[in-house]
Ligand binder design. Structure first.
Ligand code: NG1
Ligand code: MG
Length: 466
């Protein structure tokens, strides 16, 4: 069920969060000389299984984490400006004309993510745009940044939500997901991710993970087994700078793989943009699509020349049919491995979900869930090439410390690992991981307190008042 965000009146701040909001209220009042009128929040997320498959059209299984972005807001139709400040002094203030918001993609600052949420809603307002509210905002974020926990989307979604409310608009949640994802992809980063992060930010429910399918967006709550907890551990390496190009290259490799399969099968390949498209057009199940990909694609990398020959297009045509930002100069495409990862990972998500639905606490079921997570990690490493040495070492350390399953989470190339640990073994697990991954390494030992935490499935985006 996809509901209307604006149908719900402002919620009362939960008792456990009151201190944080009161603090933000005071800081806001000090900075702007008047109090905020309401607050919005959107959570980060941890993806439990289903990595790098949302943009190929496949379902994923994330849960929201407690860490979030909160924005305190006051608004005024008579004011011409949008001012945004951050409780963390590392992020500098920004002010602009409410009708002249420019996003600088070349050197993106933190507030670009805030502004693209605002702009996304303004554009959605269409002809009402002349009457948008001026806003004063203060942001307080607790999602670790560049960690694969979706701090960026939490900020975009939260800013879209508060802008909607300040302008007294009513936008259905699924529309908010799409507009937040589009504005993050095309206005802030030029990466073409799927919609997982924005979908979980808006649709999360406390205590539950969500199976999220795309085109059209569908959400099915998943009860995780009560005998386990999910522990997040940071590899203490951030997603490296080149990740932007790496990410879009993966998107393009998956697209070209789908197009080559379609061409070889005599389909109208120009209408195929995802691996799911070609699977559906061939009328195959996931495992049969996997077999077809193995049969039709060769394991060695393809050169751009070879891709053009196979699709019978020129370089220029390929740019139009298949390439996106940052991938124009790419000459090497790994089609076989990327497609095999996507089809097998999509299948693992279904298996994971099915096992979660089995009643009772059979240890074999937990074992199986763990194995699916770990298989996902090694597929990300060997086939999708989005892991790193540190992530691999951390996954191994977590497994040796008693996890049933462990994997990188989010885009990869650095950031966090998520592990599934039996509830009754979590203390020993934490102790061992701290000893063996963090304690002896100076670059990690100072961060251990914030780098390791247990995460319960948290709630989704919401609007609050005192
Ligand atoms: P992060 O970890 O936020 O970079 C990205 C994409 C997701 C998904 C994952 C990989 C965005 C905003 N997020 O997540 O949609 O593709 O990578 O599973 O592009
Ligand atoms: Mg992100």
């Amino acid at each position: 069920m996809i509901s209307n965000m604006a149908d719900t009146p402002l919620l009362i701040i939960p008792e456990t969060q009151r201190n944080r909001y009161e603090n933000l209220y005071r800081k806001f009042t000090d900075r702007f000389g008047h109090p905020p009128t309401f607050f919005g929040r959107a959570p980060g997320r941890v993806n439990i299984i289903g990595e790098h498959i949302d943009y190929s059209g496949y379902g994923v299984l994330p849960m929201a984490i407690e860490q979030d972005v909160v924005i305190a807001v006051s608004h005024d139709q008579a004011s011409n400006t949008i001012v945004v400040s951050n409780t963390d002094p590392a992020f500098r203030d920004f002010e602009c004309d409410k009708n002249d918001i420019n996003l600088n993609k070349i050197s993106p600052e933190w507030y670009n993510y805030f502004l693209c949420g605002v702009l996304g809603v303004h554009r959605h307002q269409g002809s009402h745009r002349q009457h948008v509210e001026g806003m004063a905002c203060m942001v307080s974020g607790t999602v670790p940044i560049s960690a694969g926990l979706s701090s960026s989307s939490a900020l975009v979604c939260c800013s879209a939500l508060i802008t909607m409310h300040a302008n007294r608009r009513c936008i259905p949640k699924d529309k908010l997901v799409d507009l937040s994802a589009d504005c993050e992809n095309f206005m802030a980063t030029s990466t073409e991710g799927g919609n997982m992060d924005q979908a979980i930010a808006f649709m999360a429910e406390e205590g539950l993970a969500q199976f999220i399918e795309f085109s059209p967006l569908r959400i099915t709550p998943v009860q995780l087994p009560p005998e386990v907890v999910f522990v997040i551990t940071h590899s203490c390496t951030e997603i490296h700078k080149g990740a932007t190009a790496c990410f879009n290259i993966r998107v393009v490799e998956c697209r070209i793989a789908a197009q080559v399969i379609a061409k070889k099968k005599g389909l109208a390949w120009r209408h195929v943009t995802t691996l799911r498209d070609v699977q559906e057009k061939l009328g195959l199940g996931l495992l049969d699509a996997l077999a077809v990909a193995k049969e039709l694609l060769h394991p060695d990398a393809y050169t751009k020349h070879e891709v053009c020959q196979m699709l019978e297009v020129t370089d220029d045509e390929l740019s139009k049919t298949s390439l996106i930002a940052f991938t124009e100069t790419e000459n090497v495409f790994h089609l076989h491995n990327r497609a095999i990862h996507v089809y097998s990972e999509a299948e693992r998500v279904h298996q994971f979900r099915r096992v979660c639905e089995i009643e009772g606490n059979d240890p074999d079921n937990l074992q199986q869930l763990g194995e699916l997570m770990t298989a996902s990690h090694w597929s990300c490493h060997h086939l999708f090439d989005c892991s790193s040495e540190e992530l691999n070492i951390l996954v191994k350390t977590c497994m040796e410390s008693g996890a049933l399953g462990s994997r990188l989470t989010g885009a990869g190339w650095g950031g966090c690992v998520v592990s599934m640990v039996p509830r009754n073994k979590v203390e020993t697990f934490l102790q061992k991981v701290k000893e063996n991954f963090y304690a002896n390494e100076p670059s990690r030992s100072g961060r251990v307190e914030t780098a390791v935490f247990i995460s319960q499935p948290g709630g989704g985006a919401a609007l609050y008042t005192f």
